[in-house]
Design a protein around this ligand. Structure first.
Ligand SMILES: CC/C=C\CC/C=C/CC(=O)SCCNC(=O)CCNC(=O)[C@H](O)C(C)(C)COP(=O)(O)OP(=O)(O)OC[C@H]1O[C@@H](n2cnc3c(N)ncnc32)[C@H](O)[C@@H]1OP(=O)(O)O
Length: 286
């Protein structure tokens, strides 16, 4: 098993505090109080149990440190986040799957309810759970024209649970969310902007980081308390649904994932991952 470590250093030349865990790097700009969190779990930043645990630990730390905002991005060449690690879902150990799904719920609750504003800079492909990470932030900037974003769960023969779906509905509305989820369509940058999946687009990552910072600067003169109360009220029904249904959601998922039909679909999808070029895969399979 990978040895995990956390280290904290301050760079006196850049006035940045660095927090480094094995799969996440965080840099806090001392002047603005904005944290930039970079996901670095090659090859595709897929969300497995250990990665989700690291995300929760870091979010708690940023909360304790009272950062003024966070930008979430990827350190990989062409993938923001490939979504849930399919290996957690295929031929699962029921105990691990239970822990995985519970941790996924907790990650979403932590990210969706942060006391500080959040931006995702989507600098690579962002299917399914990857898109969900981005949707759980307050603002999204997508980089370049080469990447795809969307909810392709249906193409894996599975479906997004209610709290996933409600998060998407809150961003793009009921009708567009239904079309997006049922077709499993992966959107180009321009299409994503058009349907409101992302708020801004940008030619390169540096400009996207600037746009993210610009958005976060809107909160310089907003009371953190007013920000948090407003966000909580706005997101309350989706959050409350999950809190009230956590165990039911876990039990259902663990049983559903182990059903032969779902396992067959996942097997076929994993095979196709090896045989199809990625863009064809995430845009056209099935
Ligand atoms: C009741 C509730 C039920 C269900 C709700 C479940 C919700 C699920 C949501 C999900 O997130 S499911 C996951 C959806 N994700 C995908 O479909 C992504 C598939 N991956 C791709 O399309 C491509 O890999 C990519 C465009 C992200 C990157 O392409 P490229 O850079 O060319 O890399 P490779 O395709 O060669 O992949 C490298 C390596 O990584 C493995 N891999 C890719 N994605 C995943 C993943 N999500 N989980 C696990 N592993 C993944 C891929 O198989 C390759 O492995 P090798 O061993 O062949 O190196």
């Amino acid at each position: 098993m990978l040895r995990r470590y956390i280290s904290y250093t301050t760079n006196k030349f850049t006035n940045c505090r660095h927090v480094s865990q094995s799969m996440l790097q965080s840099t806090v700009d001392e002047k603005s109080g904005i944290a930039t969190v970079t996901m670095n779990k090659p090859p595709v930043n897929s969300l497995n149990l250990e990665f989700l645990e690291e995300i929760i630990t870091l979010l708690n730390k940023l909360q304790k440190d009272k950062v003024r905002g966070m930008i979430l991005t990827s350190g990989l060449q062409k993938v923001f986040c490939a979504g849930l690690d399919i290996k957690e879902l295929y031929k699962p150990n029921p105990d691990r799957l239970t822990k995985f799904w519970t941790t996924l719920q907790d990650t979403w609750l932590s990210l969706y309810t942060t006391s500080f504003p959040t931006v995702s800079v989507i600098n690579g492909h962002s299917p399914a759970g990857g898109c969900m990470l981005a949707m759980s932030c307050d603002y999204r900037v997508m980089v370049g024209q080469n990447y795809r974003i969307g909810f392709n769960e249906a193409k894996l023969g599975i479906f997004a649970p209610k709290w996933f779906q409600n998060t998407i509905i809150a961003v793009i509305g009921q009708r567009k969310a239904e079309v997006s989820l049922t077709t499993g369509k992966m959107y180009t940058t321009d299409e994503a902007l058009q349907i409101g999946l992302v708020d801004e687009t940008c030619a390169d990552a540096d400009s996207a980081l600037k746009k993210g910072t610009h958005f976060l600067n809107n909160f310089q003169n907003i009371s953190p308390w007013a920000y948090k109360m407003t966000k909580d009220i706005n997101r309350q029904s989706t959050i409350q649904w999950l809190i009230d249904n956590k165990q039911k959601d876990v039990d259902f998922t663990v049983e559903y994932m182990q059903s032969p039909g779902v396992q067959k679909n996942l097997e076929l999808y994993l095979q196709s991952l090896k045989s199809l070029p990625p863009l064809k895969l995430i845009s056209e399979i099935n």
